[in-house]
Write a protein that binds this ligand. Structure first.
Ligand code: CU
Length: 130
């Protein structure tokens, strides 16, 4: 008999815990779409970046979506953004960048064609981010 009561009490405790978890899950606000990463699409074509200058909001994570439309590989690199990755011809790579401070510039380049493949991320002034 004691065992049955123990089992029932344990079961009850699990139910209570499950209820709490459900409440907590509902209490966590879901991020609005405009609070997610700011997406930037960059195309490499003829060993140049299109666009070459990218304005981004400050203090918001970025997602750089870089498509290499050339048939040859390119190494997408930015020292300031700590990015360095070879993108094969015809492929797309995504890079998540942590929120950046306002009024700063970050150069990027294609290391395999650095004479022409040059670009820059320009972080706008704070409050300017829409
Ligand atoms: Cu490199």
């Amino acid at each position: 008999m004691r065992n049955v009561r123990l089992v029932l009490r344990t079961f009850g405790a699990v139910l209570v815990a499950a209820g709490w978890f459900a409440m907590l899950a509902n209490a966590i606000p879901t991020a609005r779409a405009d609070e997610g990463p700011f997406e930037v699409r960059i195309t490499i074509r003829d060993h140049r970046f299109e666009p070459a200058t990218i304005e981004v909001p400050a203090n918001r994570p970025l997602k750089l979506i870089v498509t290499n439309a050339d048939p040859t590989p390119e190494e997408f690199e930015s020292v300031g953004l700590k990015i360095e990755r070879v993108i094969p011809g015809g492929k797309t790579a995504e890079f998540l960048v942590k929120p950046l401070r306002p009024n700063r510039n970050y150069k990027f380049f294609g290391e395999f064609h650095a004479k022409t493949a040059q670009g820059e991320v320009v972080v706008k002034a704070d409050g300017d981010g829409k």
